[in-house]
Design a protein around this ligand. Structure first.
Ligand code: AMP
Length: 172
């Protein structure tokens, strides 16, 4: 079944800028069976562990992480780009292709020792997920793994997420 997920992903060349092949996951979201299957496969990456919070990364990560949280009986926590969260935040900077980005999390969103699964749609260079991991470490989370629907393995992003288990459903 990962094959039908793979077949549904649309490669958009030169988006959002020249040289990038954007993996468009909206055809998966729009198909009830494929969307359900993608959530099932992401849930399985938790290995049956009891999860307190599923943390999703702004913005496509929210779509998958919130559905995974609901299915696992866990809470959902958004990790957002700077300036979007209304309450007190912890923030960290991460490298982008040009310059840097900042991600934030509410400082009370995860309590020390809570078991967390981090979810995003796609692992590229790993900069975004590594920043998310840093924030979760600061909050004292017990991070049991980082799960992606798609991994661009040639960018070796998973090396930035050591020593945490990294799971990807579709590897390119
Ligand atoms: P990175 O920090 O380089 O691992 O980038 C990961 C973030 O950027 C994810 O939240 C993705 O949604 C997005 N992203 C990076 N590259 C792509 C791509 N080729 N197609 C779709 N989304 C991408």
């Amino acid at each position: 079944m990962p094959d039908s997920l793979r077949a549904a992903i649309r490669d958009v060349v030169d988006f959002p800028q020249p040289g990038i092949v954007f993996k468009d996951i909206t055809p998966i979201l729009a198909d009830a069976e494929l969307f359900r299957r993608s959530i099932s496969l992401l849930c399985a990456t938790a290995g049956g562990a009891r999860i307190d919070k599923v943390v999703g990364i702004d913005a496509r990560g929210f779509i998958f992480a919130s559905a995974v949280a609901d299915r696992l009986g866990a809470g959902f926590v958004p990790l957002r780009k700077q300036g979007k969260l209304p309450w007190k935040t912890r923030q960290t900077a991460y490298a982008l292709e040009y310059g840097e980005g900042i991600v934030e999390i509410h400082e009370d969103a995860v309590k020390p020792g809570e078991v967390v699964l981090l979810v995003d749609d796609l692992l590229a260079t790993g900069g975004t997920a590594a920043a998310a991991v840093k924030l979760l470490e600061q909050l004292g989370a017990t991070l049991i793994g980082v799960s992606f629907l798609i991994e661009l393995s040639f960018l070796n992003g998973r090396s930035k997420l050591q020593p945490y288990p990294v799971h990807s459903i579709l590897i390119y």
